[in-house]
Design a protein around this ligand. Structure first.
Ligand code: SAM
Length: 202
């Protein structure tokens, strides 16, 4: 529940403190999360709803988050959606959906905010709710490619940890396999952000 407490306190300022990152890096790469996806989609850790404007037209999206305060901010973005959207207060480590309920699950900048022990539990849940033919697609911070960027990330880390409760130096790919998800695609879309796609191991 640390994430809930943290995001409760930053929710009113989240979009403001995140704005330089949103405009400088995130906005241009968010559409990649949804490219080619359709049907019933899960936006895991929907936050203040920054992905909502990019949901595929005609699809059905459920956005879940552990923070009611963040969900309240997300509600304001619902009119920007071309999809049918529902927002739900839920812990990713204990999703209340049936096995295989979704065609795909996406998450952006969520696992970098979760404590290590929760990340694998949440990935297992994503695997369960997309079922054997589903896909999981993530935008996540990863150790930067260039060494000067890794130094820069270390300089930024105290601020990012304080403001967003996030770590910039973890590699989610290591944990996907522990959750029986096989990486089917992975590439850096900025110097320190990866787009990772995974499918359940059959
Ligand atoms: C850095 S924000 C990213 C929000 C959004 N995905 C985006 O791209 O702007 C991380 C979000 O993950 C949510 N979160 C963290 N741990 C969670 C958990 N265990 N279950 C559900 N949501 C969680 C937080 O409440 C927060 O809204």
């Amino acid at each position: 529940m640390a994430a809930e407490k943290h995001h409760r306190s930053i929710a009113p300022f989240y979009d403001l403190i995140d704005l330089p990152f949103e405009l400088g890096r995130y906005r241009s790469i968010r559409p990649l999360l949804f490219q080619g996806l359709y049907g019933r989609l899960l936006d895991a850790g929907v936050g203040t709803g920054r992905n909502i404007a990019f949901y595929p037209s005609g699809s059905e999206v459920i956005g879940v988050d552990i923070s009611p305060a963040m969900l309240k901010r997300a509600e304001r973005r619902l009119p920007k959606s071309a999809a049918r959207v529902r927002l739900m207060d839920m812990n990713l480590a204990e999703l209340k959906f049936a096995d295989g309920y979704f065609d795909a699950a996406v998450a952006s900048f969520v696992f970098c905010t979760m404590p290590e022990e929760e990340r694998v539990a949440a990935l297992r849940e994503l695997r369960r709710v997309v079922g054997p033919s589903g896909r999981v697609r993530l935008l996540e911070y990863a150790p930067a490619q260039a060494s000067f960027r890794r130094v820069l990330a270390r300089v930024w880390q105290p601020w990012v940890g304080w403001a967003f409760g996030a770590r910039l130096d973890q590699d989610i790919e290591l944990e996907l396999s522990k959750a029986s998800l096989a990486v089917t695609g992975s590439r850096y879309v900025t110097s320190s952000i990866k787009l990772v796609e995974a499918a359940p191991v059959s």
